[in-house]
Design a protein around this ligand. Sequence first.
Ligand SMILES: C[S@@+](CC[C@H](N)C(=O)[O-])C[C@H]1O[C@@H](n2cnc3c(N)ncnc32)[C@H](O)[C@@H]1O
Length: 233
Amino acid sequence: MLEIDIISVQPQMFRGFLEESIVARAVKKGACRINIVDLREFGEGRWRKVDDKPYGGGPGMLMKCAPWFAAVESRGPAARVVMTSPAGKRFAQRDAEELSGTDGRIVFMCGHYEGFDARIESLATDLYSVGDFVMTGGELAAASMVDAIVRLLPGVLGGGPAATASESFGAGGGLEAPQYTHPPEFRGMKVPEVLLSGDHRKIEAWRKSAARKKTENLRPDILGAPLTAPPEI
Ligand SMILES: C[S@@+](CC[C@H](N)C(=O)[O-])C[C@H]1O[C@@H](n2cnc3c(N)ncnc32)[C@H](O)[C@@H]1O
């Protein structure tokens, strides 16, 4: 079973995340286990210190090596150790796909303050960013990645693999086709006739073409992108 550890100085941020949503359902169904680890348990001294001033000066505080090494090593062998970092590789659906197939443990490291002492990076197998912007901590980044991974685990979503294959960034590589529900007309905006026809072949053809148009308009950069990254040579 996939075991996910999230190490953070703000473990309370994960309360809602673990009690609500599809992630809670996945844990309840036994598809994975998620452990929130408080970095302060590995902090130094009476005040459980996990940060200190940067050498060479500069604003803010940096996370210290010793608490991070102790916290990550306390989790035992891990298949992957993911450091959240704005400098990391941009996390994408294909990464979620790959990590959801992990056999064993994934540890997520949530930074805080001005970030990590550079030596802590040696603990990580992967550095992932969730976008070109800077957040206060890695908690929301880790939660986003864990959500994307966990919903792909077998049995978590109703509808099985088909439920995610046609989604944006799924098997087709592009965006999902526009979708509609009742009523057939709302404030003059009509559901495309073909979707009401009951003709599944025509519906499928319409969806393919509508998905392509939407991708051309909104995300031409991902047009034709493969589901999985090409093998490295
Ligand atoms: C305030 S940020 C540190 C930013 C760092 N000083 C820099 O300029 O790259 C604190 C922590 O939040 C997390 N973080 C912030 N933005 C992120 C992003 N876009 N993706 C992933 N993690 C992020 C990282 O764990 C980071 O160590």
